[in-house]
Ligand binder design. Structure first.
Ligand code: ADP
Ligand code: ZN
Length: 210
């Protein structure tokens, strides 16, 4: 099963992708996580991406598409995958089609903009493995330390309120048109993001299996 999770920054795509990938035994592929990893490792793609990411702008298509293409060619993605954060533009969706990738479903996790801005202030991410947490909705067991790998959890530079607003604007302008793109193909399912992560997970799993 090849799935795409769509939604505004902070809507909970990554969190739900983790839940669903465990359930279906397919990898969750996050271009945001891969780009942050590339930045950390100082790869050419990372160096080119950093400035865009810090400002909350999209990274140029050719960089992201290259990273994504290499990732889905790996063995563990043979039986399916969940894409989190890709495609983010209609041209990225078209690139996916050109690669011959068939998408079964696109799950949109919908959360109103007002809720997004307040949620983002509590978001934290692990410096080591990229797992994401929330100080209120999904706290680490030990404060400031990742449950999965023991590294430090920090606030992302692009989670500052000003940057969040510009990322939201980018989402509406560049990414939201993908809803129509996939709805026209009969592939879009929308799930209303809930306060409780577990409630959203139930809705998301039902949407994926239904
Ligand atoms: P969020 O979880 O807030 O949606 P991500 O972690 O998915 O954010 O992405 C963080 C940043 O990485 C984006 O603001 C953007 O700069 C870059 N990025 C991630 N995926 C893509 C993509 N598919 N196309 C362009 N830029 C991307
Ligand atoms: Zn970690």
């Amino acid at each position: 099963m090849n799935l795409i999770f769509l939604g505004a920054p902070g809507a909970g795509k990554g969190t739900q992708a983790e839940v669903v990938c465990n359930e279906l035994n397919i990898p969750a592929i996050s271009t945001g996580n891969m780009l942050r990893e590339a930045v950390k490792n100082g790869t050419p793609a990372g160096l080119a991406a950093k400035e865009c990411m810090d400002k909350g702008d999209l990274v140029p298509d050719e960089i992201v598409i290259g990273i994504l293409k290499d990732r889905i060619a790996q063995d563990d993605a043979k039986n399916g995958f969940i894409l989190d954060g890709f495609p983010r533009t209609v041209s990225q969706a078209e690139a996916l089609e050109k690669m011959g990738v068939q998408i079964d479903k696109v799950v949109e996790i919908h959360v109103a903009d007002e809720k997004i801005t307040s949620r983002m202030s509590g978001r934290r991410v692990c410096e080591g493995c990229g797992n994401s947490y929330h100080i209120e909705y999904k706290p680490t067991k030990v404060e400031g330390i990742c449950d999965a790998c023991g590294a430090k959890v920090v606030q992302r530079v692009d989670d500052k309120p000003e940057t969040v607003l510009s990322r939201l604007a980018t989402y509406h302008e560049k990414t939201a048109p993908l809803k129509d793109f996939y709805a026209a193909k009969g592939k879009l399912v929308t799930v209303e993001g809930q306060e409780e992560i577990a409630d959203t997970s139930k809705l998301t799993l039902a949407a994926v299996k239904g």
